[in-house]
Design a protein around this ligand. Structure first.
Ligand code: PHE
Length: 344
């Protein structure tokens, strides 16, 4: 076979093989087979030495022309394949945005958060301002300024985690009130929602971590009548117009006099049921007139100012509102339970 025939054969073969090629990998292999370093056409160029000096230029031109030709043809097929591959990819990746969705999961508020919001709503509507404070608190604010000195027996009921002698996890949100009383001048009208800690065993009505909302009003001429009126309106706004309050004498070191406040049972509206153990009343709040000693320790003139305070547990309100009988259910994070409770 002379070189002319050889060249023709190479071109013919390329033509035939190009017709069958479908993907860019095979095309690249073919390009190497012909035009690569060890390719058939490259080999031909190398064997030009065998030709006579007269034949060489013409043959060289012919081979170079064939090379350009074949290269163009390969490029052309490469473009076609690339185009086809791109289209196939787009087809594969196509999304049908008109398909119905698999359904989005809608979250909901935790019942404690809902109750904090509801109670905050009622009280801010009555003129209270929301104030927050640290959960890691100084003994000074948590106990001392609340008229609970070191070694006072009432500390037993509020044992907690101590970081050192002076720093602890707060046992109530009263220290937030102490912080405000020591830094602001009356009139003061605040509520302090927040998480608090006590060394309590977990059971159906206790948790070592729970939530409170405490309120404080200090002004001139504040009396027990203001406390009773405020809590009466609060109870009615929260649970309904037929709800009444009942005050029973109690003791807290930071209030004098102090009172436990019962509300008409929200489950039976006073008729007597399991929730109120047949009495028609449920115990919901602690309250009292701010002890003048507390005012003085916080730098407020007790001969001019007086005040009242109250504290209510958010878990208790949530349990009453949603008919929950075991506090532990609030913390287990079981969505089957939690998602049934919606704000109303
Ligand atoms: N700080 C009290 C407690 O956690 C609640 C309370 C607040 C009682 C205000 C009376 C007045 O036990």
């Amino acid at each position: 076979m002379n070189m002319h025939e050889q060249l023709q054969q190479i071109q013919q073969e390329l033509q035939d093989q190009l017709r069958q090629i479908q993907d860019s990998g095979a095309l690249e292999a073919l390009r190497l087979k012909v035009l690569g370093k060890k390719g058939s056409l490259t080999q031909m160029l190398r064997s030009m030495g065998q030709l006579s000096a007269e034949e060489r230029p013409a043959m060289g031109q012919l081979i170079n022309k064939a090379r350009e030709d074949m290269s163009a043809r390969l490029d052309e097929v490469a473009r076609r394949i690339q185009e086809a591959e791109k289209e196939a990819r787009l087809r594969d990746e196509a999304l049908d945005v008109t398909l119905p969705s698999s359904g989005a999961h809608q979250g909901c508020m935790h019942p404690i958060s809902m109750v904090i919001d509801q109670v905050t709503d009622v009280l801010t509507g009555m003129g209270f301002e929301v104030v927050e404070g640290p959960e890691i608190e100084l003994d000074h604010y948590n106990f001392e300024l609340m008229n609970i000195p070191k070694n006072h027996p009432s500390r037993d009921a509020q044992d907690t985690f101590y970081f050192d002698e002076n720093m602890l996890l707060r046992t109530h949100t009263s220290p937030v009130q102490a912080r405000i009383m020591t830094t602001r001048k009356p009139p003061i009208r605040i509520i302090c929602p927040g998480r608090v800690y006590r060394a309590d065993e977990v059971d159906a009505t206790h948790s070592p971590v729970f939530h409170q909302m405490e309120g404080l009003v200090i002004d001139e001429d504040v009396t027990m009548a203001d406390l009773k009126g405020t809590l009466d309106v609060f109870a009615k706004r929260l649970y309904g117009e037929d709800i009444r309050t009942r005050f029973r004498p109690s003791f807290f070191p930071f209030t004098e006099p102090s009172a436990e406040v019962d509300l008409t049972c929200v489950a039976c509206h006073g008729k007597g049921c399991r929730v109120c153990k047949g009495t028609g009343w449920i115990e919901v709040l602690g309250s009292g007139m701010v002890n003048p000693k507390v005012l003085e320790m916080c730098g407020i003139d007790s001969s001019r100012y007086s005040g009242f305070a109250f504290g209510v547990g958010m878990e208790r309100i949530a349990m009453l509102r949603y008919g929950i009988t075991d506090m532990r259910m609030l913390y287990e994070g079981d969505l089957r339970f939690l998602s049934q409770l919606r704000a109303d």
